[in-house]
Design a protein around this ligand. Sequence first.
Ligand SMILES: CC(C)(COP(=O)(O)OP(=O)(O)OC[C@H]1O[C@@H](n2cnc3c(N)ncnc32)[C@H](O)[C@@H]1OP(=O)(O)O)[C@@H](O)C(=O)NCCC(=O)NCCS
Length: 96
Amino acid sequence: MTPRCTARRSNVIVNTGAVVGHDCVIGDHAHIGPGAILCGEVVIGAESFVAASATIVPTRRVGARTVIAAGAVVVKDIPDDALAMGVPARCVVHRE
Ligand SMILES: CC(C)(COP(=O)(O)OP(=O)(O)OC[C@H]1O[C@@H](n2cnc3c(N)ncnc32)[C@H](O)[C@@H]1OP(=O)(O)O)[C@@H](O)C(=O)NCCC(=O)NCCS
């Protein structure tokens, strides 16, 4: 993890090979999968899972309780309670 990153509370998992860029904020119980890349100023909501080798481009926000699928490239904000996959990532499930 690079400078000024914040794991908001605790129980955050950052897996092997994941990169967390500057000024990222990661919510409680979030899980950053192996090889995932959070570019600068990314926000990951609580209880979200960024799967293996996914990339979140700078300044994007991923909501709470959301899954970003393996290999996805997130170029837009993703809401709470979503499943997003693909390149560029699209929401395929969004629980209301
Ligand atoms: C997102 C994920 C949870 C979806 O799992 P699932 O609900 O079992 O999905 P399925 O395998 O039933 O696939 C459903 C559809 O999504 C597609 N899909 C699944 N994963 C995908 C991915 N990562 N990227 C793009 N499309 C994907 C499938 O091709 C399938 O498409 P179809 O309906 O057109 O056939 C899973 O693919 C994933 O990314 N898991 C993360 C694994 C990981 O990173 N593990 C590390 C643990 S530390």
